[in-house]
Design a protein. Structure first.
Lengths: 108, 126
């Protein structure tokens, strides 16, 4: 079973700064099967990115995804106040879905 | 607009079964390209996948829960359900039902969990 490791655990930044979140898979994976989600307190997660780099409907273009092999990245180009949240990466396979443990983006 | 709504008891006694349903509205559960799943989140912790089902009944589950888990689908009610037996305090969590939507990127198929229920809190306690 594939394991996803996200880093850092917490990212302390200011509005307007760039956020770079990492997700490493324990095995080489087809980039197509990696997604990213945003979760705010008391809410269900929201799909941001699918297929490693495609933005979901309604997601601002300051969010971008990239990566291949075992290393995937979510970048927020300029943090807006509403972007401070927890972010999860996820991997799909034909027999399991797996989430990373999450990265919290907090206001510095 | 597709919506999902979880339902079930908020309190379950240890060793008893936990049963939840998810009602799909604004669309049909009988989509050949969609999968339906359950995700849970213990208090203050991250997301854990529980299991996934297709409207045909084909399903796959988290290996760590497999022995206690049944996920089923009822197309006549546009619902899918989860039953987890022999629950303990470790099963206390917010339970979300989700849709895995089918996309094509760079000519290849992929999925994303694009619709989530609001989540239902289940507490295991005597």
């Amino acid at each position: 079973e594939i394991v996803l490791t996200q880093s850092p655990g917490t990212l302390s930044l200011s509005p307007g700064e760039r956020a770079t979140l990492s997700c490493r898979t324990s095995q080489t994976t087809d980039f197509n099967y990696v997604a990213w989600y945003q979760q705010k307190p008391g809410q269900a997660p929201r799909l941001l990115i699918y297929g490693a780099s495609s933005r979901a409907t309604g997601v601002p273009d300051r969010f971008s995804g990239s990566g291949s092999g075992t290393d995937f990245t979510l970048t927020i180009s300029r943090l807006e106040p509403e972007d401070f949240a927890v972010y999860y990466c996820q991997h799909f396979s034909s027999s399991s879905w797996t989430f990373g443990q999450g990265t919290k983006v907090e206001i510095e | 607009q597709l919506q999902l709504q979880e339902s079930g008891p908020g309190l379950v006694k240890p060793s008893e079964p936990l049963s939840l349903s998810c009602t799909v509205s604004g669309g049909s559960i009988a989509s050949s390209t969609s999968y339906w799943g359950w995700i849970r989140q213990p208090p203050g912790k991250g997301l854990t996948w529980i299991g996934t089902i297709h409207y045909t009944g084909s399903n796959f589950n988290n290996a760590s829960l497999q022995s206690r888990l049944t996920i089923s689908v009822d197309t006549s009610k546009n619902q899918f359900s989860l039953t987890l037996t022999s629950v303990t305090a470790a099963d206390t969590a917010v339970y979300f039902c989700v849709r895995a939507n089918y996309y094509i990127t760079y000519g290849q198929p992929t999925y994303g969990l694009d619709v989530w229920g609001q989540g239902t809190t289940v507490t295991v306690s005597s």
